[in-house]
Design a protein around this ligand. Structure first.
Ligand code: TEU
Ligand code: CA
Length: 555
């Protein structure tokens, strides 16, 4: 048994700390707020929480611009608060994962400030990527590389020199060819592991190393974050050399008892290359966003599930499943986008700043059904805060409210990413819906958050999304065994319809998802239904857009 590898069938809950709970009433969620809600997390039944960055930061990218990797932002608390969080979580058997952002620092980081003040060619500048511009007056950027957030990836310093940033200009990229940078991050990992942290989520883990040989190579499609060379030779993304870094990290992570968990965020096409990050001597786990990107269709779900499972297992890892995070519109809206031919789900990334047309009833039914698909799969399942409440995306934020840099700098998603970062509703009748007691909130909550509040949900049998999640997580304790994970997903092709997805696990759990928008299907009498994604379910008939978990009677 893999008792050391606790994450193999774990449910990991993602917390965006600024928006979870605010203990000191200043309108910004904080570490003590997370600790204050530990009973809630325990009653939900999660195995671990992953905290998005809480480090000191000017918040030019929601905290993914770090000034000090070994401290807590004073607005979010102190290291003592963090230590207390670890104690409280561990007492309840909940593990803690922190976010490491190694591709770039904040421009306010001491190292970058030193680099700006230092001479070109100095050791201070060599921690980042500085290059002279092209042309007689150096007025052209050193290459055609583009930032993921729009515009050139090269920011001019004013003296003919430029620095590289694959995200916001306030997020200069580190130079991972520099041994000092490598040593620093090994030390940061030790700092948090020594404080009792159980694992790490690695931000843009496929970036880090770049091809910085002169002359710099232009990219064919400068903006695309998709590697243009499938075999590790893109100048920026998913280069072979990045794996050396993680082999070094793994030695540090394995020097702890138990070994520390790590998962790479590798937002790149799902090819065999992605799973290299999940090799045992590297990070050991990698995010797979295919389920999140999939249309709500049986055939598409089946092919992404097969690919994810096989890819992970081929390197000895456990598959990972995600329906949402702080970067994408919430699943309870996203799945209601395409009411027609059901193929337009990708639309949310290229929405050109037009308001998506959502059918809310379809969205919520599908989100419930998708939850039981996700949680019915063996492997590591992620829940993004608020998903367990069925919380939809807030598309009504005003220009003054929005803080996400994507909003100004690219047409990545409609209104950027803040619509999924609105502070959670805890109590329907309180100011700021119980996010704090002052009623202040760094992002205004819409009035309709009331109906999604935690205290409006979760009573056994109330048919709420929260009850659904709690029941599903409870059932996972019985059915998501190590044997179910290693024996694999047995697909049943034989009956019903092409709109129906059915698989079973060696533990006896059988999952049936009806992805049809209109037809109901009757399942045989010898199936006992344990849980259904919507409360209309009765008499072994699965309504449209519904998933059930069942067990077959033993003959
Ligand atoms: O995201 C990595 C990333 O590639 C994002 O640009 C992603 O493609 C996009 O948000 C999808 O809509 C990570 C963090 O999750 C994100 O919040 C940060 O902004 C980014 O890294 C830079 O640190
Ligand atoms: Ca606060």
């Amino acid at each position: 048994m893999n008792t050391e590898k606790w994450w193999r069938n774990a449910v990991i809950y993602q917390i965006y700390p600024r928006s979870f709970a605010d203990a000191n009433n200043d309108g910004i969620g904080d570490i003590a707020g997370v600790t204050s809600r530990m009973d809630y997390l325990e009653s939900l039944g999660v195995d671990a929480i992953w905290l998005s960055p809480f480090y000191p930061s000017p918040l030019k990218d929601g905290g993914y611009d770090v000034v000090d990797y070994r401290d807590v932002d004073p607005r979010l608390g102190t290291l003592d608060d963090f230590d207390e969080l670890v104690v409280q979580a561990h007492e309840r058997g909940i593990r803690i994962i922190v976010d490491i952002v190694p591709n770039h620092t904040s421009d306010q980081h001491e190292w970058f400030q030193e680099a700006l003040a230092a001479e070109p060619g100095s050791p201070e500048r060599d921690r980042y990527v500085f290059r002279k511009g092209k042309g007689n007056d150096f007025s052209e950027p050193p290459s055609n590389w583009m930032s993921n957030f729009g515009g050139s990836a090269w920011e001019p310093c004013g003296d003919g020199w430029y620095y590289l940033h694959l995200f916001a200009a306030e997020q200069p990229d580190l130079n991972w060819d520099n041994p000092e940078v490598r040593a620093e991050f090994l030390d940061i990992l030790r700092f948090w592991a020594d404080r009792g942290v159980d694992g790490f989520r690695i931000d843009v883990s496929h970036a880090l190393t770049k091809d910085l040989r002169e002359p710099l190579r232009d990219r064919r499609e400068p903006l695309s974050p998709v590697p243009e060379d499938a075999e590790g030779n893109d100048p920026l993304w998913d280069r072979d050399a990045v794996h050396e870094i993680y082999r070094e990290w793994r030695k540090v992570l394995d020097s702890y008892n138990p070994p520390r968990f790590a998962i790479g965020e590798t937002w790149t096409p799902m090819t065999h290359r992605v799973f290299q990050y999940a090799q045992e001597d590297e990070l050991g786990s990698v995010f797979d966003f295919s389920l999140l990107k999939s249309a709500f269709r049986a055939d598409e779900y089946r092919s992404v599930i097969e690919r994810t499972y096989e890819g992970a297992v081929s390197v000895g890892a456990s598959p990972t499943w995600v329906l949402g995070n702080h970067d994408v519109p919430r699943v309870a809206s996203r799945l209601g986008l395409d009411t027609g031919d059901n193929t337009a789900v990708e639309h949310w990334v290229t929405s050109n700043n037009t308001r998506p047309q959502i059918n809310p009833d379809v969205a919520v039914r599908r989100a419930r059904a998708a939850a039981l698909i996700e949680l019915g799969l063996p492997g590591t399942a992620f829940i993004y805060q608020g998903e367990e409440l069925g919380l939809p995306e807030d598309f009504d934020l005003t220009e003054e409210d929005i803080q996400d840099p994507i909003w100004e700098r690219s047409s990545h998603t409609f209104k950027g990413r803040d619509g999924c970062r609105v502070p959670l509703p805890w109590s329907a009748d309180k100011a700021a819906f119980g996010f704090n007691e002052s009623g202040k909130s760094w992002l205004l909550q819409p009035e309709w958050f009331e109906q999604y509040a935690v205290d409006k949900q979760g009573r056994p049998g109330d048919g709420s999304v929260l009850s659904l999640y709690r029941s599903a997580l409870k059932l996972r304790e019985t059915y998501m065994t190590e044997d179910a994970l290693t024996s694999g997903i047995q697909w049943e092709d034989t009956y019903l319809s092409q709109d129906v997805l059915e698989w079973s696990l060696s533990s006896g759990l059988c999952v049936i998802a009806n992805c049809s928008g209109t037809c109901a299907f009757r399942i045989p009498e010898d199936y006992t239904v344990l849980i259904a994604s919507n409360s209309e379910y009765k008499d072994n008939e699965i309504p449209p857009m519904t998933t059930v978990w069942c067990v077959k009677e033993v003959q």
